[in-house]
Design a protein around this ligand. Structure first.
Ligand SMILES: Cc1ncc(COP(=O)(O)O)c(C=O)c1O
Length: 435
């Protein structure tokens, strides 16, 4: 599928940029929010709220941007956890890209989506034996090994299957990615990866084992990185490690620099992926290492919005609350990371903006979508769109408070396709059989 971006290419003067939208697929026409050529209010009326709305053109253009930056030789492995909807996975496959998974469940999703698994990399600090067996049987590209106890499990799985298991060692380079503590993964106190002072012994163990093959090195520093420098600092450390002993570099074919490419969330610029590529690619080429990248948020974050209806307003103490029908179970990021998503009215009313807390119906004080946010006047029945919600939105949703997870719709031009039905209560109770 060719990268296309009709929304971005458009010169239609009736399309006005939407403040906070990271991609022009979400834009305003006559003061109302549209996704590509669909009126968001029409989508809410047809599919109900809360509703995730995704733009196919936005996904396509982000894949195109990453490919343009890193070139055809780089392997793009989409991080399934960001948005694991089967239709999204198929769309990624249509672009010819592979996948980064962190569980046997995500591998099952790929199977359910009917996409190949030979371009998969599998990370995770605690892989279970059944997950390892499944991934060996699936013939994945390599395992990203991040705990030493995994090695004998991998070797045994390889022996049983009669294959040599390709492993990339996930190094913990102790690099500060300058991101939220909960999404930093490359510092030495994080649980991820193998510390450089242990890595030599782990490489030796891999090299000794006839059932294992050292395919490369992996570093994923965290999520929502805004600067090029952590990627450079990590490669500096990996190269120093590789140069410390011939055994560390022998046979290495891949360098997996992870994901973490940040987006703007209405506040700043996204990570300059072209600058990351320019800084790293010549060095990788010089060593003959194929680059692997694992973007998640960058490909889908700005391609999605969570559309929610206002249930009412409430003034209490010094706070003014806007009560909406989406909650922390639908979009956890504000509660979990104090993440700030842009929120816009789907059709703004005239009047003075007010500072409000946008909160959901869940019985937790931490159930908010935004705090102290200036929004135009809103009344019951109005619609709001939480932008930048295509990544770590639906995939982190839960049934807390026995709420059904939202429906998801994928827009392509004028067409809107339901790609996930809203759950039914019967589905929620289905496993609670009387034993
Ligand atoms: C190993 C690994 N790779 C890639 C990603 C994707 O990160 P992002 O969505 O920030 O690109 C993650 C996210 O947690 C990850 O753990």
């Amino acid at each position: 599928m060719a990268a296309s971006d009709p929304a971005a290419d458009s010169v239609d003067p009736s399309r006005i940029p939407c403040p906070g939208a990271g991609h022009p697929a979400f834009h305003l026409r006559d003061g109302e929010l549209w996704c590509e050529d669909c009126r968001v209010a029409d989508l809410a009326a047809e599919f109900g709220t809360p509703l995730y709305v995704y733009s196919g053109a936005a996904i396509d253009s982000r894949v195109g941007a990453v490919r343009a930056a890193f070139g055809a030789d780089a392997r793009i492995c989409y991080a399934v956890k960001a948005n694991s909807n089967l239709t999204v996975l198929r769309r990624m496959h249509a672009h010819g890209i592979g996948f980064d998974v962190v569980s046997g469940g995500e591998l099952e999703r790929l199977r359910a989506a009917g996409v190949p698994t030979d371009g998969v990399v599998f990370a995770g600090v605690g892989k279970e034996p059944w997950e390892i067996d499944a991934a060996v049987a699936a013939g994945i590209l390599f395992f990203n090994v991040e705990s030493e106890h995994e090695l004998p499990l991998l070797a045994a799985a390889g022996r049983r299957a009669g294959v040599q298991v390709p492993v990339a060692l996930r190094l913990n380079p102790d690099v500060d990615a300058g991101t939220h503590a909960y999404i930093s993964t490359g510092k030495k106190d994080n649980k991820f990866g193998i510390a450089l002072d242990r890595a030599g012994e782990v490489v030796a163990a891999i090299v000794r084992d006839p059932n294992l093959r050292l395919a490369g090195y992996h570093v994923h520093l965290g999520s929502q990185l805004q600067e090029v420098s952590p990627y450079v600092a990590a490669l500096d450390k990996v190269e120093a490690f590789v140069d410390a002993a011939p055994e560390h570099g022998a046979g290495v074919t891949h360098y997996d620099l992870g994901g973490g490419f940040g987006i703007g969330y209405g506040k700043g610029a996204e990570l300059d992926v072209t600058a990351v590529a320019a800084a790293l690619l010549p060095r990788l080429r010089a060593r003959g290492w194929q680059p692997v990248i694992e973007p998640g948020r960058y490909l889908v974050g700005d391609a999605g919005a969570l559309v929610t209806a206002v249930l009412g307003t409430k003034q209490q103490g010094g706070s003014r609350f806007l009560l909406v029908d989406a909650a922390m179970n639908d979009l956890l990021r504000p509660a979990l990371y104090a993440a700030e998503h842009p929120i816009v009215p789907v059709a703004a009313r005239p009047g003075e903006p007010a500072v409000v807390d946008v909160v959901g119906p869940v019985c937790e004080t931490g159930d908010f979508l935004a705090r102290r946010r200036s929004l135009p006047p809103c009344a019951r029945g109005d619609l709001l769109a939480v932008l930048g919600a295509g990544a770590y939105g639906a995939s982190m949703a839960s049934n807390y408070n026995t709420r059904r997870r939202p429906a998801e719709v994928l827009v392509d031009g004028r067409a809107a396709r339901l790609v996930r039905r809203r759950e039914t209560f019967a589905q929620l109770f289905a496993n609670e059989v009387e034993l």
